[in-house]
Design a protein around this ligand. Sequence first.
Ligand code: MOS
Length: 752
Amino acid sequence: MSQTVGNPPLIGKPIERIDGRLKVTGGARYAAEFKRESVTYGVLVMSTIANGRIRTIDARAAEAQPGVLAVITHVNAPRVRFPERPQTVDDYVAPAFGRSLPVLQDDTIYFNGQPVAVVVAETLEQAEYAATLVRVAYDERKPVTSLEAEMARVFQPQEGLGKNSPTGRPADVVRGDPQALSKAEVVVDETYTIPIEHHNPMELLSTIAEWSGGKLTLHDKTQWVSNVQGYIALVFGIPEEDVQVICPFIGGAFGSSLRPWSHPVVAAMAARVVRRPVKLVVTRKQMFSSHGHRPYTVQRVALGASRDGRLTAIVHEGYAQTSLYEENTENLLNATRMLYASPNCITKYRLVRGNVQTPLYMRAPGECSGVFALDSAMDELAYKLKIDPLELRIRNHADKDLSNGLPWSSKSLLECYKQGAERFGWSRRTMEPRSMRNGRYLVGMGMATGTYPMYRFPSSARARIFSDGTAVVQSAASDMGPGTWTTMKIIGAEALALDLSRVRSELGDSTLPKAAVHGGSATTASVGSAVHEASLAARAKLLALASGDERSPLRGATEAQVSFANGRISLKSDSSRGETYSDILRRNRMESIEATVESKPGNEYEKFSMHAFAAHFVEVRVDPELGVLRVSRAVSVCGGGRIMNEQTARTQITGAVVGGLGMALTEETVMDHRMGRIVNSSLAEYHVPVNADIPQIEAFFVEERDDKVNPLGAKGIGEVGYVGVAAAVANAAYHATGKRIRQLPITLDKLL
Ligand code: MOS
């Protein structure tokens, strides 16, 4: 890190998010809220069958309605070309391979709730009404939406997704003795099921598309403006520079906007047809099929151990559903290969196709689902061995990454366990199920381990220092809530040695330097590193300017001889000799000086295994007569490398725990397999936790200094806060009731 004598260190301090006030006062503008001159409104018409073909579409009644400008279907839509691979920026995070849904290009129906037409009208109400008049006749085939019913047709994914990803994802891995399970002294062998879950962010998917000449401007809700830009340019066959994607704020996403879905394509098509801007907002009901979901998964976990509680075998098989037209895979089994010190480990991953939208990463994808199964099984093993569940995890702590033999860049999981247990009061726990009570309620205490890899993706940033002594740091990054607006500013201010109030950040616009996906808890490591390096480069340019200047007191000075503080460069040997950034720029009649840097990982992935870890502790109270389970307390302790902003970091982990509680207790997308139709259509039928569901949640960080991961020492947090929470709740539910729930969510009917 830069030495900034004179400026109090900013990194790691609790600093209020700069977008907070904007968000609560309505000052933050979301995609659909931008005003465009003479805007029109698009409303999607969705398929009502899950499998088959469109025989005819009759749009005449809709077209005859007042205000209707166009009804666009596969018959009359502009022809576009969908790229073979939807992702364009890199191979690190490629959620899905295959051809993205060829929306409005042919008559094939892959899933229920697939867009089959868009109605464009002068007002939203006119478009909504006309959309109800579009008549579609289908040739229907029987839908296939049940994973269990299709187990005979499982297949191994063909594409190694995210093939440059440091954690990789080979489908099948055998480590050590493949027969180890059959030789184990004690065995647990169970199956765990996770339903489809939907991200259900507050903000709906939405796009405003506007053509001007051959150029397209999109206000689009996305976690990756650069990717939407590249994707739309490919689809419409126009140069990337002719597409601008703007998304300064995101009203929650949780992964749902990692890749462009159909709606920005449809909005851009419609805007081209009606020759006016088109606003297209996907409705809450349509959100259940317009973007991907956490896939339905069935997992078998078998653990073998010695009687003294050492793991001797792990077998983890995962079966996940994907769509008919793409293979979606996630890191379902990766954590199993590295989390505990079993010398023998077998993982096997299979997909099953169904008439569903392609799944997509959701809230710590893969790890979150996989660790629910693994850490539930660990709890089951603890009971079989009569060993405290925390003690079992400590005994099986992995001192290095057994999946690749690499040392950890840093790891403080044992300290997380220790601090978490103390803060939670784990020692008060009695082992026997149903042994703890509070009045009429059964009390349960459960814990689990969290883990998430440190990803760093190539990203660019620009730092510009102005002659008035202020600066701006810029990147085409996104901020869906973790605090990137604020973190970029903090990192920039620290590296530029300027007061926080003198530095602005800018993000969410594809005309800014290209950034990686806002996902995988990687934004600080990726974009933050770029901001850091660009800031150092900008101030080095400033020094070079002064150093080469006869008139400067710093003439001839090298980087090693000076210090930067409070917007001033001075000689270390004599701090009175120096000048301010403004002095240097003004004398040279320059309004600003800037540097743009692309920052990317080196070969550290080959030398170190880099992961964040956490310990989650949860207490539940269960009504023994009604089966109602309430979480009463949660404590999480996390080792996530160097923390950039203590305040937004803490709220990230507490927010993640809320998501974990939703996964554990309330969230379930229900499929009617007869119709192949998702039954949920609103937040009344898909229960995300509300305030009344949320107890006191405490999040703490173990201080980690990690100079291996990236220039900032930040591992990334957020997703590590989800992983393990559902298992901790399930384990607490077992402790309270003696009932082991292996099928999420843990609803009262299952506890009775
Ligand atoms: Mo996250 S599920 O990588 O947006």
